[in-house]
Design a protein around this ligand. Structure first.
Ligand SMILES: *Cc1c(COP(=O)(O)O)cnc(C)c1O
Length: 387
């Protein structure tokens, strides 16, 4: 079995479980994004902070020049504290509270992606109280499906996100009548872990349609934001650590008709950080069951919830054994039957004390950890720290 390269001696000194971020993979990924997006005029990439808000990871992403896409006041704060420039911070979310809006107004963020009429009214009021004008884009629900897990589609009419296409003209006109908001564009986001470029083509076609409709009313959008969603190859973290950004941006270039001077924004989360992270865990026990054996780890669904929540696959490697492979159910210690990372997986023979790497865990891993069962939150280390 081909495995990732890890500083195993350093790992031995650390308390498990913990997240490990390979900064070379992260920096190479960021370089590729800059190179591929940089081929086209007026393309701007933001990092979706919700995928991973580890300050060390955020710091590296900020250095690369990406903006920040936030979905809560806490994320706006994390972006501000990591040093992202205010004018590169965008904020979406269906339930922005007054406190979150006020914090964002105080920091003069680039844009609120507004998801309802009542929210627009509240932003206008709160901005007025501060004597400010908030820039707003409308998140439109494009009713475009994505070939991904049902829990991570967001662009269907049945989902809670955004404003319906039928209401688009009305809300834009409402915003134009208000004194303390400025309408600057449209926002979309159809889902996550999308690998079929056709899904993005469907979004492009929809955006083109909506823009034509607006043009008839002489409404111009300075900014179009198409969200994120590009997936990663969970099956091949060693062979294909960098997603196909060339194809991704080329698809938008080919199918999305930008008007002169119009700026196109992307919000990528998983594709930026997914492959640089692994959850490192120790085997507590190897237990013989009926017709099977279990490798019981000291990491559980509290550390990495994706398998339990989305039936997600993470490649598992025994990074401290080269012995002949055997078959294991790899499970955590949590008192839930869904606390299973993977069933019937072939791994180098496992012993108590072996270290396992759960790969491709950089996105929606550490940030989704919980303290259920009174467990401690996992720590996160970068390869820069462990040399
Ligand atoms: C989650 C989210 C993203 C990022 O999604 P990825 O699949 O991680 O790229 C982008 N924009 C919005 C509004 C989101 O909610």
């Amino acid at each position: 079995m081909i495995k990732g390269t890890f500083p195993i001696e350093k790992f031995r000194e650390l308390e498990t479980p913990f997240y490990y971020y390979d900064t070379k993979v992260l920096r190479d990924t960021l370089e590729t994004i800059k190179k591929e997006a940089g081929k086209y005029e007026n393309y701007h990439v933001h990092y979706a902070v919700k995928a991973n808000a580890n300050p060390k990871v955020l710091g590296i992403i900020r250095e690369s020049g990406l903006g920040a896409d936030c979905v809560s006041g806490g994320e706006v704060r994390a972006a501000v504290e990591a040093g992202f420039p205010n004018d590169k911070i965008v904020y979406a979310g269906v339930g922005k509270t007054d406190k979150e809006i006020n914090y964002s107004l105080d920091h003069d963020i680039f844009c609120f992606n507004v998801e309802s009429v009542p929210e627009l009214e509240v932003i206008n009021e709160l901005a007025e109280a501060k004597g400010k004008v908030a820039k707003v884009a409308f998140r439109i629900n494009p009713n475009v499906g994505a070939h991904t897990h049902a829990n991570i589609t967001t662009g269907l009419a049945e989902n809670k996100f955004g404003i319906s296409m039928e209401d688009m003209d009305t809300v834009i006109e409402m915003a134009q009548q208000m004194n303390n908001v400025k309408f600057i564009g449209l926002h979309f986001h159809i889902g996550s872990q999308i690998l079929e470029m056709d899904d993005f083509v469907a979004l492009c076609n929809r955006v083109n349609e909506l823009q034509e409709k607006l043009a008839k009313h002489h409404i111009i959008c300075e900014h179009i934001n198409v969200g994120g969603g590009l997936g990663i190859d969970y099956g091949h973290p060693n062979h294909l650590p960098i997603p196909n950004f060339a194809d991704y941006f080329a698809t938008y270039h080919k199918f999305l008709h930008l008007q002169p001077g119009q700026q196109l924004h992307f919000e990528l989360g998983r594709a930026v950080v997914g492959q640089c992270g692994s959850l490192i865990s120790k085997v507590t026990y190897v237990k013989q069951g009926t017709n099977k054996q279990f490798a019981i780890l000291d990491a559980g669904m509290t550390d990495l919830i994706r398998p339990a929540l989305y039936q997600a696959y993470h490649r598992i490697e025994n990074i401290t054994s080269d012995e002949a492979e055997e078959t294991y159910d790899v499970v955590g210690p949590i008192c839930e039957s869904s606390d299973v990372f993977q069933k019937a997986v072939d791994l180098n023979k496992a012993h108590r004390g072996d270290l396992f790497a759960l790969r491709s865990a950089g996105a929606y891993g550490e940030i989704m950890a919980s303290r259920y069962n009174c467990r401690e939150l996992p720590k996160g280390y970068t390869s820069d720290e462990l040399v």
